[in-house]
Design a protein. Structure first.
Lengths: 364, 274
């Protein structure tokens, strides 16, 4: 097992910067997730760590040793690919045994190790089959098994679950979680699925356009998003954003009659701010049950959608469109007038130009 | 659903089959006729009398015709082996090693193959003479390999492009080197591409005329197309012997094609889907 250190690591393809230089310290045994939209540089970063992509800038250390110029096979890393990348013409056993064979490990030892891992992953009945005769989930298990057999210092995963159907994805996610708990091997996991990121990660690195937007625990990136991008990317449905203009000690929300008191949390020298609040942080009341207070506003339900346990309400809060997430029983229907309470402690504010949170300076 | 276009399609297929098969059928029929039957007027369609005379006489009187076929076979197999080996390695290097000028090189390779082979003949002849390569299998194999390598590289490179690169990356992470990945992963996975390309090269080499004519001047070294076309008759052109020899010369190609037919079709369309 080993720690991984990215020291001002960056990648450029000619004039195009794929990943801007950044620092990252991954502790021994940590489960780190690289999260971001398509094309943000997640795979590129992972492939630099794997050794499949050359490193343009910076130093990569695994277990305290600089490995920039070391072959992938000698870095002590094992990778699980999105499309499994199994050898189609070899049996499951041979797929898993390949790396050990190449290390010239004695046959008996190889068989013992492969059988042990196959047993752990429930692959024993399929050892003689070719990958084509397996289901998607089984193939992904073989790919994971192939990585485990090598007992690497670091596991690398590039969207390993994205080819599976929704149900299987949840199951495999839990298996991966359990596996990590049992083996405790440092893992770096690429995904664009925030649920995977939130559930698996010790820490999440959120990338956007080749730039690191935030590094933090799932709690931190959810509660204290450092940028408007992170705030919008984490959480589902996405955070409600609105543009505010300063009028005295209030923020006037543009194109609506909504006026928010500039509490201590919303102090800024900017003449304008982007304000945000998550759908789950809006409380919706029938007019007669609503509490009084400066944070309770009149609203109208435009559309109500039942999701099951929850319902989503498309609201117009004094002219400002907002989405609210409420309990799935006894929620107001479209056309009804309601009162909405915004939790002022859950309001986020971002500089409109830079997208940076006005709280993050204080936080970091 | 709609019958008319279907009928048209069948008619077209039938027509093209008839047109392309007519000469071959005629050739085969001729090989079973006697001299009188060949020159008969009005032309004889079905051999009458139907005779195996020509085949027997080739094996007894003109063994050199069999020698030509053997020569063609040796040159064809040699050419195919060399082009697949060299072409496979270069195509793999060009498509996977991330070389800077790979694209330029590919176009360059194509450009070289634009020269008509005949224009190379004088200098080729002179050099082969100097190196003692005239009238040797090695010589003609080298010449054919040079001629067909660009085609091979292009065919195989486009086949490799259809293989998912992650499999090779996984092999790299497992600890394989370039040559080992090529031999144990790429080769088995692109087998249909190799078979299709190899077969086409074999047929090209089998039929190639100008180089074979000039570089193999001794009778015993001639290849089938050259030898058969130069086959001398005493008084008249020996149609029955020539048609029989040609039928015999087609047989090896037909047999090989039949064996690998599945791979050819798969290989030629492999880049099309998925
Ligand atoms: N060989 C290359 N040459 C030039 N640009 C490249 C090359 N490979 C990747 N890029 C660019 O680098 C950026 C990052 O790509 P990368 O594959 O890391 O994205 P990703 O975050 O993994 O996206 P996805 O979720 O779609 O897999 C992209 O903008 C891509 O266009
Ligand atoms: Mg990717």
């Amino acid at each position: 097992m080993a720690s991984v250190t990215l020291n001002q690591i960056g990648k450029a393809y000619g004039a195009v910067t794929a990943v801007e230089q950044f620092d990252l310290e991954i502790a021994d045994g940590e489960f780190l997730v690289l999260l971001g939209p398509s094309g943000c540089g997640k795979s590129t970063t992972l492939r630099m760590i794997a050794g499949l992509e050359s490193i343009t800038h910076g130093d990569l250390m695994i277990g305290g040793k600089r490995v920039n110029d070391i072959d992938p096979k000698d870095r002590g890393v094992a990778m699980v690919f999105q499309n499994y990348a199994l050898y189609p013409h070899k049996s499951v056993f041979d797929n898993m045994a390949m790396a050990l064979k190449l290390q010239k490990m004695p046959k008996a030892e190889i068989a013992e190790r492969v059988n042990g891992v196959a047993d752990m992953l429930g692959l024993t009945p399929y050892l003689e089959r070719k990958p084509a005769a397996l289901s998607g989930g089984q193939r992904q298990r073989v790919a994971i098994g192939r990585a485990i057999v090598r007992t690497p210092e670091v596991f690398l995963f590039d969207e390993p679950l994205s080819n599976l159907d929704a149900k299987l994805r949840v199951k495999m996610r839990m298996e991966l979680q359990e596996l990590h708990g049992r083996m405790g091997v440092t893992s770096i996991y690429v995904t664009h699925d925030q649920v995977e990121a939130m559930t698996l990660a010790d820490r999440i690195v959120i990338l956007n356009g080749g730039k690191v937007a935030q590094i933090g625990t799932p709690r931190e990136v959810y509660d204290h998003p450092a940028t408007e991008f992170v705030a919008g990317f984490i959480g589902s449905p996405a955070m409600n954003f609105m543009s505010g203009r300063r009028t005295g000690d209030h923020w006037q929300i543009i194109d609506s009659d909504l006026v928010l008191h500039a509490t201590e949390r919303l102090q800024s020298t900017d003449p304008a701010l982007t304000l945000g609040v998550r759908p789950e942080h809006l409380e919706v009341f029938a007019p007669e049950d609503a509490p009084e207070g400066p944070w309770v506003f009149d609203a109208k339900v435009k559309l109500a959608e039942l999701l099951g346990a929850d319902a989503l309400l498309n609201l117009s809060v004094m002219g400002q469109p907002m989405l609210a997430r409420v309990g799935g029983t006894d929620f107001p229907l479209a056309g009804q007038s309601v009162r909405v309470r915004i939790d002022p402690a859950r309001l986020h504010a971002f500089h409109p130009k830079t997208g940076l949170s006005i709280h993050s300076e204080a936080k970091q | 659903m709609n019958q008319k276009p279907r009928f048209g399609l069948y008619a077209l297929v039938t027509l093209s089959v008839v047109i392309s098969f007519f000469p071959i059928v005629w050739l085969i029929l001729t090989s079973f006729k006697n001299t009188a039957g060949i020159y008969a007027w009005p032309p004889q369609y079905w051999p009458d009398p139907f005779t195996l005379e020509n085949y027997i006489s080739i094996f007894t009187n003109s063994p050199e015709l069999l020698r030509y076929i053997l020569n063609s076979f040796i040159v064809g197999v040699g050419t195919t082996a060399i082009t697949l080996l060299l072409g496979g390695l270069s195509a793999y290097a060009l498509s996977r090693l991330g070389m800077r000028f790979a694209g330029v090189l590919m176009v360059g390779i194509l450009a070289v193959s634009m020269f008509p082979p005949v224009s190379l003949l004088p200098s080729l002849f002179q050099n082969f003479l100097n190196f003692g390569l005239l009238n040797t299998y090695t010589g003609l194999i080298l010449a054919h390999a040079g001629l067909f390598l660009p085609f091979t590289v292009w065919m195989l490179a486009s086949y490799f492009a259809t293989l998912p690169v992650e499999i090779e990356e996984a092999a790299r992470m497992d600890g394989m080197g370039f040559l080992r990945i090529f031999l144990t992963i790429v080769l088995p996975l692109s087998w249909p591409g190799f078979v299709a390309t190899g077969l086409i090269v074999f047929i090209f080499s089998w039929n190639e005329f100008p180089l074979a004519l000039v570089l193999m001047t001794q009778n015993a070294m001639r290849t089938a197309p050259v030898g058969i076309s130069l086959y001398p008759g005493e008084y008249a052109f020996p149609w029955e012997t020539i048609s029989t020899a040609t039928v015999l010369a087609i047989i090896p190609v037909l047999v090989i094609t039949a064996i690998f037919q599945k791979q050819i079709v798969g290989g030629l369309t492999a880049g099309a889907g998925k």
